[in-house]
Design a protein around this ligand. Structure first.
Ligand code: SF4
Ligand code: FE
Length: 492
């Protein structure tokens, strides 16, 4: 099958009947629902741009499995050049949508599985890697969008999966059968799942032997029997029903459209099971996936920052202050922070390496640095955009009052900035800044791909602190701290 374009992707969603609830009601058709529409449109952009000759180099790749031209979102990275193209693709899409476009999670899941299952098979003589390859061929051939479901709901955070009062608070295998397994549990914050074709579930943390049943990875279609999604509320989501100005980014939302996904005794045939009990490989799988997803954030979020910086520069013009030195300084600060994050994504990609499976992955330390910066700097560039835009970012009258003949003239007259700029343009730009700098984008930057503490653990582990201490001692002229080593040795 050919790569789909945006329209074909939206049409393809009609073939699935996922069970999705939002605000107390079941969603009838993903392709037609106004609340889901911006998320569907953002994901559609990942299909549409693959057909644009200007972007062919970064949006498409050649499958190492079939030799066919494929959408890069289904590709297994074969070089550091592929890793760099991946983040270039993400910055482009962030810029074109001003939003999360969701499809990266599945891309990262297939790459993490490809790498880890190879290692599992080496140790246990299993055939998971072949199953993953076969599954990837299917995804590539049909150009599918795959959601990655990793984060369990976790219950009491102080307890391990098997210690929870309710054993279903981490997704687990409840039955092993001749033809497959049955799984039960729930995954939270699952980006883009409502408008995906497939779901890959992965373990959320390193597991011990007693958590063996929780060491499970598999793929199911979104409408598999027993799968229910409860779509999350987002800041200002119902504005979508009142017109487009108040949304700020009516066409593409801002965040990915996250859902709680419940697996209520879902059957998975063996050919779609990619880990089942190999608890000693859960940490490799989690770390590999997290590295891929953390690599992305200096791409996608910086693409969104491009839009916010552009909106901030426009509002400065509409307000007549674009030449003021403090405005130029704020915009320059925003650009500096965004490009710093971009440098991180590029660096961890260029410093990527070949794994035993043959696939490439980014440098782990630098990918975590990338993401940790994204838990901070978007707050700062958002603060600057609000600072330079002014209070109307949060007090602009609604579109309904702008459209109402009784108040229209007042809004038109008193919300005007520079005379030659239509008031509506100013309203739209304030709303866009509100959407990008106040909405769910910020907590998403904080917690998406793991919270800051998770990145700090990885940064500390990968920092090679002993090497730094040795270098410090050498330069300070200290051969060995013999007394200190003896005391520390006694304490161990
Ligand atoms: Fe992709 Fe970024 Fe959205 Fe994650 S947050 S799915 S990397 S666009
Ligand atoms: Fe995310």
């Amino acid at each position: 099958m050919e790569m789909m374009n945006g329209k074909e992707y939206i049409e393809s969603l009609r073939k699935y009947r996922p069970r999705i609830y939002f605000m107390g009601k079941r969603i009838d058709s993903v392709a037609d629902d106004p609340i889901l529409a911006p998320h569907v449109n953002a994901a559609a952009m990942t299909y549409e741009l693959a057909h644009d000759p200007r972007y062919a180099e970064i949006m498409t790749a050649t499958s190492h499995l079939t030799g066919e031209k494929i959408n890069r979102f289904t590709h297994i990275h074969q070089s550091t050049d592929d890793l760099v193209k991946k983040v270039r693709m993400m910055r482009l899409l962030g810029r074109k949508t001003g939003s999360c476009f969701q499809r990266c999670v599945g891309l990262d899941a297939i790459n993490a599985l490809y790498i880890t299952t190879y290692d599992v098979d080496q140790k246990y003589g299993t055939d998971y890697h072949e199953r993953v390859k076969e599954y990837i061929r299917y995804v590539q051939k049909n150009d599918l969008m795959v959601a990655g479901a990793m984060t369990d709901v976790k219950g009491d955070r102080s307890l391990r999966p098997h210690q929870q009062a309710d054993p279903d608070l981490y997704l687990r295998v409840v039955e092993r059968r001749g033809d497959g397994i049955v799984v039960r549990g729930a995954k939270a914050h699952i980006t883009g799942v409502a408008n995906s074709h497939e779901i890959i579930a992965l373990p959320t943390r390193a597991m011990g032997e007693e958590d063996k049943d929780y060491a499970v990875a598999f793929a199911v279609p979104v409408d598999a029997e027993g799968v229910t999604m409860i779509f999350g509320r987002q800041t200002n989501d119902l504005r979508r029903l009142d017109g487009d100005i108040d949304c700020g980014n009516a066409k593409y939302a801002t965040v990915g459209g996250e859902a709680l996904v419940v697996f209520d005794d879902v059957f998975v045939p063996w050919e779609r099971v990619f880990m089942c009990g190999e608890y000693d490989f859960t940490s490799e799988l989690v770390e590999t996936f997290a590295t891929f997803h953390r690599q992305n954030y200096g791409g996608c979020k910086v693409g969104v920052a491009d839009v916010l910086i552009g909106a901030s520069a426009c509002i400065a013009e509409y307000n007549g202050v674009e030449g003021a030195s403090h405005i130029v300084d704020k915009l320059t600060e925003m650009i500096h922070m965004a490009e710093t994050c971009w440098c991180c994504s590029l660096a961890c990609s260029y410093e990527g390496f070949k794994t035993p499976s043959g696939a490439y992955m980014p440098n782990l330390l630098l990918a975590n640095v990338t993401k940790l910066n994204i838990t901070r700097l978007p707050y700062e560039w958002s603060r600057l955009s609000q600072d330079l835009a002014g209070g109307f970012v949060i007090t602009t009258p609604s579109e309904l009052d702008y459209r109402n003949p009784e108040t229209r003239e007042m809004v038109e007259k008193y919300l005007k900035g520079r005379a030659e700029i239509p008031t509506e343009h100013r309203l739209r730009m304030f709303r866009l800044i509100e959407n990008l700098s106040i909405g769910a984008e910020l907590p998403e930057s904080m917690h998406g791909a793991g919270s800051p503490a998770a990145q700090k653990i990885m940064i500390w582990r990968r920092s090679n602190i002993d090497m730094k201490k040795e270098e410090a001692k050498r330069i300070a002229g200290i051969k060995r701290d013999e007394d200190f080593e003896r005391v520390r040795g006694n304490q161990k």
